[in-house]
Design a protein around this ligand. Structure first.
Ligand SMILES: [Zn+2]
Ligand SMILES: [Zn+2]
Ligand SMILES: [Zn+2]
Length: 643
């Protein structure tokens, strides 16, 4: 109220001024005062902010001689702040990026509250989208701060320039983070490599700033080169990504024009910045509105907004048109085949490896399922199968090679040289609404076995393979090294064979899922542990897939004992030391896919409880989240429910 009174007072005095030629306040200042007041920040005595010409300003404020007037010089901080409500040559610079800040703040709230939940995005979606927007906001605030306060003093100008430049680095990394995360979603190694290099590059640009001459005019070209390098680096992951996806793929077609646009925007902004266009040709005309730096600011905001929406499009594309579920025609069952509608599919570690590119498989991933026979090839006269709930043996043998002509079923199943393997070798898998399999591969699931349980038939059969191979006998001491899903299943199957079973693992919470009669040992790799079990077991099953696990098996197997290898993608690291195997004359044997019938029998009789191995069941439309979840440490079985 006091202010309003004050203001009215001056207005009255101005009225006096116009009617009686009594000079109290200059009309021009009064107008400014009026504007400042209406925006809520005013103090009559402090609003006189003098503006200077380029020729009058100190060295540290010089830089663009084509902006001739409108300079603020050596203002105290509170006046710097207030000057944003008064026309000067930085007003648009400040407001363009304050406005940008509010735009990205709004997008941050909108995306987290409305947009991401709409397609039930994951926790990671929230983090990645937010990170990008927070980086943009940080960049905007740094820049607005610089343009507000640089005129305070030479020291402040240097300090704020450092902040402004750091803000640019952060803004650039904000462009990279979500883009790299989603582009290399399924290739976590490359994703990590790029994220790490980008972070290192960004930190480097910030460290270079510490050089005492960095902010001198002479270094300005180098400064620009550094930021161009930081932004230009993005071309490398882009080309890599195009190469990985194929130039003609839908996602590349969608995204490449956007990458091109952002670089073109960047180039335009840079050319304006460097050429000081348009004020170069009309010095003084664009002092307050339209100078190159202001255009640069506006283009930066537009580029960030554009990139944010481009990212959103890719994000929603990956969620709506799942890359595991594009619309393809329902497959037609070939001779001897059935068309199966998938009810549920399990996600196996092998699937995750295949998604990362292991084995070079192209097609629909997935090999654990329960389904319902919907059609059979009419020539097969096996119509009775229609409507049955089935699990399916994943190896499809050729029926014509020498092995297949013989009568060793197991040899055909596992070792036909021309076999295809569902979801792994040349045959589409289970992450789809439909699949086809030969009738000879199908096994009917008994009524009392649930869909959830039936999905475990394939991995349980793999556990039963050790028995089928005749590698264990009743009463033998058997160790399982590794407490993942398969390790737990093997431990239970071995216990069913009346072996004395010990499981070595790193997680009590997983091992404790095993029945009481199975001994659990926390495997810490200590000498003490190895000494305790040295040469102790008749049979040791290796399920860790790493060299450390394999070398532990060698220590704890008795001489003339057996080591069974159950994992296919052993990641090396240390070299394989054959000596304990040779010295102790250990039999080393591989073991892969097993008998479905035995696995189904275990489930039917309720002898093995697989329900406890479920971590979470996802609807099929959230397959991406499900796969991501399956890859997390500590996760047991993730299933997809079709519906
Ligand atoms: Zn700026
Ligand atoms: Zn599997
Ligand atoms: Zn064959």
């Amino acid at each position: 109220m006091g202010r309003l009174g004050n203001f009215e007072n001056i207005k009255n005095r101005q009225t006096i001024h116009t009617s009686n030629s009594y000079s109290v306040l200059d009309v021009e200042i009064d107008t400014d005062f009026h504007e400042a007041c209406s925006s809520g920040l005013c103090d009559a005595t402090e609003m006189e902010i003098p503006l200077f010409k380029y020729s009058e300003i100190p060295d540290f404020l010089q830089g663009n001689p084509y902006v001739v007037s409108g300079y603020r010089v050596s203002l105290p901080f509170n006046l710097c702040l207030k000057s944003i409500f008064k026309w000067n040559n930085e007003t648009v610079n400040v407001w363009s990026h304050l406005g940008g800040f509010f735009i990205f703040l709004y997008l941050l709230l909108h995306d987290n509250i409305i947009y991401i939940p709409r397609f039930s995005g994951s926790y990671t979606d929230h983090v990645m989208v937010s990170l990008g927007l927070i980086c943009y906001q940080f960049c905007m605030l740094c820049s607005a701060g610089f343009h507000m306060f640089a005129c305070h003093s030479e020291k402040a100008s240097k300090r704020w320039l450092a902040v402004d430049l750091a803000g640019i680095s952060i803004g650039v990394i904000g462009c990279y983070l979500p883009a790299v995360h989603y582009a290399f979603y399924c290739l976590s190694i490359w994703r990590d490599i790029y994220l790490i290099t980008i972070t290192i590059l960004t930190v480097t640009t910030m460290v270079i700033q510490l050089h005492p001459r960095y902010f001198s005019h002479r270094w300005s070209k180098w400064r620009i080169a550094i930021y161009m390098g930081l932004a230009g680096y993005g071309i490398i992951p882009t080309i890599h990504w195009i190469w990985l996806n194929g130039a003609s793929s839908e996602i590349v077609q969608l995204f490449v024009p956007k990458v091109t646009t952002i670089y073109i925007l960047g180039m335009i902004a840079l050319v304006l910045y460097l050429s000081k266009f348009p004020e170069r040709f009309y010095p003084g005309v664009f002092d307050f509105i339209g100078s190159s730096h202001q255009l640069w600011h506006i283009i930066v905001v537009c580029a960030f907004v554009f990139w944010h929406y481009a990212g959103q499009e890719i994000l929603s594309a990956s969620h709506i048109f799942d890359w595991v579920w594009s619309d393809i025609p329902v497959p037609v069952p070939g001779p001897g085949e059935a068309l199966v509608k998938v009810i549920r599919a399990g996600i196996c570690n092998t699937d995750l490896e295949i998604i990362k590119g292991y084995a070079g498989f192209q097609g629909i991933v997935g090999h654990e399922f329960i389904g319902k026979v919907e059609k059979v090839n009419p020539e097969s006269e096996e119509g009775a199968w229609i409507g049955r709930r089935v699990a399916g043996e994943i190896n499809v043998f050729c029926n014509v090679c020498d092995i297949c002509k013989g009568d060793d079923y197991v040899r055909k199943r596992n070792h036909c040289p021309d076999r295809t393997v569902m979801g792994i070798v040349n045959k589409n898998g289970t992450y789809a609404e439909y699949l086809t399999l030969p009738l000879q591969n199908l096994f009917q699931i008994p009524e009392n076995v649930t869909d959830l349980q039936a999905c475990f038939v394939e991995p349980l059969a793999a556990a039963c393979r050790i028995v089928e191979q005749g590698l264990v006998s009743t009463g033998e001491k058997v160790a399982i090294v590794g407490d993942g899903k398969l390790g737990l299943l093997i431990a239970e199957v071995m216990a069913q064979e009346d072996c004395h079973v010990t499981i070595f693992g790193r997680h009590w919470e997983k091992m404790n899922l095993c029945p009481e009669k199975i001994t659990k040992v926390l495997s810490d790799g200590s000498e003490e542990l190895i000494n305790k079990y040295r040469d102790y077991f008749d049979v040791v099953v290796e399920v860790t897939g790493n060299m450390g696990g394999l070398m532990l098996t060698a220590e704890i197997t008795r001489p003339l004992g057996t080591v069974v290898l159950k994992t296919t993608c052993a990641s090396g690291g240390t070299e394989f030391n054959t000596s304990p195997f040779v010295v102790k004359e250990i039999k080393l044997i591989g073991s892969r896919c097993g008998p479905f019938a035995n696995a189904i029998q275990f489930l039917k009789d309720g002898k093995i409880n697989v329900d406890k191995l479920i971590t979470k069941v996802y609807p099929f439309k959230e397959a991406i989240n499900a796969i991501e979840h399956a890859g997390k440490k500590g996760t047991l079985k993730i299933q997809l429910k079709m519906d």
